[in-house]
Design a protein around this ligand. Structure first.
Ligand SMILES: [Zn+2]
Length: 134
């Protein structure tokens, strides 16, 4: 179990994606930030939530419980290859999305990341529409 990854980026580096959220909110609220910028910030936030945010793995283990090992991103599993594949496979099958979301809601750090990812997606869509119709 001793494999601790030393991160040179530290706390802020690991959680930088959450810093994008107030920037996006400010962009929409103030109205003087370009939609292109918001689209980029929102896209970065989505990618961060799916692939980089510190979360629990939550892949289903043999005893039917969620895996509690640390992982990065909602869609990536922990260092067990089987868990990575399990979540990736669920993500590409629309019929499994409900199950996948149930995993996200089961603990705070995953739920916060899931809400942020959804908010980022909404924001990105609105920004893209704003750009298209401008
Ligand atoms: Zn796992």
């Amino acid at each position: 179990m001793g494999r601790k990854r030393k991160s040179s980026t530290g706390f802020l580096g690991r959680y930088f994606g959450y810093l994008l959220l107030p920037i996006i909110v400010y962009g929409w609220a103030s109205g003087n930030v370009s939609a292109a910028f918001i689209l980029i910030a929102s896209s970065l936030a989505i990618v961060y939530m799916l692939f980089a945010v510190p979360t629990w793995c939550m892949a289903t283990t043999r005893d039917g419980l969620g895996c509690r090992r640390n992982s990065n991103g909602l869609l990536l599993g922990c260092s067990l290859r089987e868990h990575k594949w399990q979540k990736m496979k669920m993500a590409v099958q629309a019929s499994k999305w409900g199950e996948l979301f149930a995993k996200f809601w089961s603990n705070t750090s995953n739920a916060a990341a899931a809400v942020s990812a959804i908010a980022g997606t909404g924001s990105a869509i609105v920004a893209a529409l704003a750009l298209l119709t401008a």
